[in-house]
Structures are given as C-alpha cells and as structure tokens.
Design a protein around this ligand. Structure first.
Ligand SMILES: [Zn+2]
Length: 300
C-alpha cells in the first residue's frame, strides 16, 4: 500500500509540474522496484530516467525534474530540490564532460552520465577602453578589485529557496547584441579574461528591466571593472548581474517582478560606450544568457 501511495504522489506531481513549468519537462517514472523479486531488484533501475529542460552544452542552464524527497548531486555539487521536485544547475564555459548527476532515493544512490557539447568561442578585439582598466593594476587598485570581487562572489553564493527561475526569462533590454558569452577578449591589444555576458547596446539612460522575478542582492555604484553593478537573485543559486550601469533604481533586499525597472544603461567601468552587459550565474558558474532566453522563455 505504501508503494502505491508513493506512485500516486508521483503521478500527482507529474500533473502539477506539467501545468506549472516549461512545456518540455516530463516527470520521471518511479519503478516499483520493491515489488520485484530479488534478482530483478539488481536489474531494475531505481530512477528510470532523469528529465532535464535545457541543453547539454557549455554555458547552459539546466532544470531537472525528480522527486522532492530525492537528494541530488550535480557534477560533484549538492543541489537543493524544490518542493515541486525541480532543481537548477548549470554548465561552465569550459566544462569538458561527461557530467555525472547522482540521485539518492530512499538511501539508494544512482548515477547518470551526460556528455557536454563543446563550443568554439571567437576572439573579440575591443579597443578604446580606459587603459587603466587594461594595464596591471597597482597594489592599491588590486586591493579594491579583490574586495569588489568578494562582494560579487558573496552575492552569488546564496541559496535562497525561491523558485522565481521556474517562470522563465525575458530580455532585460531590447537592442543590438554587441558582445556574446564566451568570446576571448583582447582589450587595447592585451588578451584578458573571456567575456561572460550578453552585451546589448542602447543609449545611456535607457531603462533595464528584470528578466525574471527575484530579490536585489547587490547594488554598487562604481566597481573598478564593472562600474555600476546590480545583482538580482532568482532563487536556488541562479542570479542575474547587470554591469556598466549609469544609475540603479532599486535597493538591496527589495523584491522585483519580471519586467520591473531596475537600472539605466551606462558606460561605467571597462566599457567603450553605453551598453548593458547582462550575466547569468548558477552560484559561481557563469552561464550564457542567450541559452537561458532560448530554453527558458517566460510564458507570454
Ligand atoms: Zn560586456
């Protein structure tokens, strides 16, 4: 009887889930393995399949579906499963794969292996940024850069149990794309770190809106590289960062809805002209905002 109950809960979840989230998510099937004879116990998988929305590609965001009571370890990192059985995760720019996802159910562990499609990133030469943001920084500036980096890392480290990310994402700004995720950046002739954001060019003062609901985690008027910097947390480690802003319209701790005005476009920090640089993170893993928009569009 208990087993039947578990299956019914699973079926209920399936219906709820299909209603709530992006269409492609299908719930996993629970195999009533306890009913099998002992030799079948060895053959029958505990979790038949693990369903993901998203794409197994470098830079991708993924949302998995399992049972709320499961414990999930994604690529060595323990992830929190939402009350509806979802979990969010992501693949970094240079992940080689295969990525192992471990599911622990009723004390039994099962592993799934996923190959990761490799991408080739272009080289983008950016000339005309302030030379001070390209040359080796002085000790004093280095201290500043490090303390700002710490603030950003802390803001992205929270694991707020809000499922804002499940409602999908909209573009925070319409405009020409002038920079993409992953490209190798050469500033004023000097190779620097890859570019992790989606650059959208618009005049200074153009309003940037929230791509999804969330809570404002960090507001900083002038960081050395990123200038006016804003971080909005969409729950379970998924966050948006907006940089080079001229003005920030929201305060830390405030809750925002998708489409709310957040800030104004600027050219602060290491920038050649006014544009929004929008970044998406899963904790410290940098994801491609273009893939987030493509595979997790908000329902109209
Ligand atoms: Zn950028």
């Amino acid at each position: 009887m208990i087993l039947l109950k578990v299956d019914r809960v699973g079926a209920m979840l399936k219906r709820r889930v299909v209603d709530k989230v992006f269409a492609p998510i299908k719930a996993i099937t629970v195999v009533p393995y306890q009913l099998c004879l002992s030799f079948l116990l060895l053959l029958a998988p505990m979790v038949e399949a693990l369903e993901f929305t998203g794409v197994w590609q470098q830079g991708a965001m993924l949302v998995g579906q399992t049972l709320p009571s499961d414990r999930v370890v994604f690529d060595g990192r323990s992830v929190t499963v939402t009350p509806s059985g979802h979990f969010v995760a992501g693949l970094g720019r240079d992940v080689k794969g295969p990525v192992i996802v471990k599911v622990v159910r009723d004390g039994e562990s099962q592993q799934f292996s996923y190959p990761v499609a490799q991408r080739s990133y272009n080289v983008q030469r950016v000339n005309g940024v302030p030379q001070r943001t390209v040359s080796s920084p002085s000790a004093k500036v280095l201290t500043r850069i490090r303390s700002e980096g710490k603030l950003v890392r802390q803001a992205r480290a929270d694991n707020d149990l809000r499922v804002d990310f499940l409602d999908g994402f909209i573009k925070p700004l319409e405009g020409p794309i002038t920079g993409v995720y992953g490209s190798q950046r050469v500033y004023n002739g000097t190779p620097k770190n890859p570019h992790y954001g989606l650059d959208i060019a618009r005049p200074t003062g153009t309003v940037v809106t929230a791509p999804a609901a969330g809570v404002v985690k960090l507001v900083h008027d002038d960081m050395y590289y990123s200038g006016g910097t804003l971080i909005v947390d969409h729950g379970y480690g998924l966050s948006s960062t907006f940089i080079h802003l001229s003005k920030i319209l929201v305060k830390p701790g405030v809750r925002v809805n998708a489409g709310d005005a957040l800030a104004e476009v600027g050219a602060t920090g290491r920038a050649t002209g006014p544009h929004l640089d929008w970044r998406v993170n899963w904790f410290n893993v940098r994801l491609d905002p273009a893939l987030v928009l493509k595979y997790f569009p908000a329902k109209p």
